[in-house]
Design a binder for this molecule. Structure first.
Ligand code: SDX
Length: 427
């Protein structure tokens, strides 16, 4: 721990401890600041605020580094599996072979959903956005699994965590099937987590579905790239909801709702729609100009990041995965060429260089997902499916923190001061 941070306000001087983590910026512990100074700090977008202590994920935005419990995302994407990363995030270490077998078996045994949940989907219009269905169905899980909603019971927290991780692929696949009018496909416990999801999504009862190992591997890697990402908007939403004692199903539903926004997880759908709208490399300069125009609300979707001021390491892996999937499927997509040239032009443009805007995880993901066969409306659903592991790990970390309190920010009030009520005939 370094020297105290010194602070003076209204002629009075105060000191606050500086806390040092294992890596990354120090933090100034201002928990006593309001009580001692009568003033709040002001940080609307939380650009300079650490909301918690965590051991899960570390990001160095300047260097483009992403570690999950210390392991670089590039190494996990290359060598690990989504279930192994889930074990790492949820239980703290990469599993031994026995631990891995026990964990994957536990998850596998929770992949089915309550049969009455199937009826829940009938209430939606067939053209409902799958993310709207995800918000509703995941929020409804607490109506089906009352035996795992007591957050003070570690055993119930564990079962709820396994249920959420295990059932998300089933719920996501059901949302897709419902939107295309095909029957739901039950999980097949002989398959891997990701293979099971692919079969529930693209399989039909009328014929056998054979999982393509190369697509299974690419999909599994995409899940790894989306698993967790420090205190992003949706994770912070899950933590804030959980801080009130809300049950884990409700908290994850809140995270899904937040992720849906186009500035966050909704960017993968928006990015592919943007690339399709651009359509040809010749039109890239027009869109780059629009992105730079202060009077135009258009932004390059899949570009920029609150933390990364360097290349998002997930985007690099994603770009490589595009090439692998295209090679496997023997497809080409002109949109990929547009994306590559758009990246090239933007990264050489003074505006993007000065503002340190680079492609993020959402820039290339849609190209792969589209090639595999997903409609754009499913892209953020897949993000939510994978991020559920991170949300659940972060939620468990928060609930287990003895210092945990309900989150309750304050404000800078600029509204009217006290005034008396005026009857309507006097206004
Ligand atoms: C995710 O937080 C996470 O970790 C999220 C995520 C995760 O894994 O959980 O990584 C997933 O959400 C990735 C981000 C996906 N969103 C997009 O791709 C949408 C497009 N990007 C932007 O909307 C923006 O970059 C954000 C929302 C991602 C970040 O916004 P910030 O940090 O608040 O930055 P900002 O909006 O203040 O931008 C800084 C400047 C601004 O210009 P000035 O006002 O300073 O002149 O950069 C400009 C912005 O106008 N800018 C862009 C831009 N992004 C920022 N200009 C053009 N195109 C863009 N994409």
């Amino acid at each position: 721990m370094g020297d105290n941070a010194k602070f003076s306000i209204n002629g009075d001087n105060f000191e606050y401890p500086v806390l040092t983590g294992t890596v990354g910026p120090d933090v100034v512990d201002i928990r006593k600041l309001y009580a001692q100074t009568g003033a709040f700090t002001y940080d609307p977008g939380f650009t300079s605020t650490a909301s918690c202590e965590s051991e899960l994920t570390f990001i160095d935005g300047g260097e483009g580094v992403l570690l999950h419990r210390g392991y670089p995302i590039e190494q996990l994407a290359e060598n690990s599996s989504f279930m192994e990363v889930a074990h790492l995030l949820l239980r703290g270490e990469l599993p031994t072979e026995d631990e891995f077998a026990e964990f994957t078996n536990t998850i596998t045994l929770h992949t089915m959903v309550h049969e009455q949940l199937r009826g829940f989907y009938q209430g939606f219009r067939r053209d409902a956005h799958p993310m709207a269905i995800m918000c509703g169905v995941v929020g409804a899980l607490s109506a089906f699994y009352h035996d795992s909603t007591d957050i003070n019971d570690p055993a119930q927290r564990r079962i709820a965590s396994h249920r959420l991780v295990a059932k998300m692929p089933t719920i996501a696949a059901m949302a897709y099937k419902y939107s295309i009018g095909q029957p739901f496909v039950y999980p097949d416990n002989k398959l891997s987590y990701t293979g099971n999801f692919l079969r529930m999504t693209f399989g039909v009862p009328a014929e056998e579905y054979v999982v393509n190992p190369a697509i299974e591997k690419a999909m599994d890697r995409i899940f790894i790239l989306h698993a967790d990402h420090e205190q992003n908007a949706s994770t912070s939403t899950v933590r804030l909801a959980g801080s009130s004692g809300a049950n884990p199903f409700a908290c994850i539903a809140a995270g899904i709702a937040c992720l849906w926004g186009p500035a966050h997880g909704g960017a993968n759908e928006a990015a592919l729609n943007m690339l399709k709208e651009i359509g040809h490399p010749d039109r890239i300069p027009e869109y780059i100009a629009r992105a730079k125009d202060k009077d135009d609300p258009f932004r390059l979707m899949g570009f920029g990041h609150r933390v990364y001021k360097n290349y998002d390491p997930r985007a690099s892996v994603m770009q490589e995965t595009v090439r692998e999937v295209f090679e496997t499927l023997k497809v080409k997509d002109p949109v990929f060429e547009v994306a590559l040239q758009l990246e090239e032009m933007a990264l050489n443009d003074p505006y993007f260089i000065e503002k340190k805007l680079f492609p993020n995880v959402d820039f290339y993901s849609g190209i792969i997902l589209s090639a595999i066969g997903f409609p754009t409306s499913m892209f953020t659903v897949l993000f939510a499916l994978a991020r559920t592991v991170g949300w659940v790990a972060q939620w468990n970390e928060m609930i287990s923190d003895p210092g945990q309190r309900i989150g309750r920010p304050r404000q800078l009030y600029t509204g009217p001061t006290k005034r008396d009520y005026v009857q309507i005939d006097k206004r």
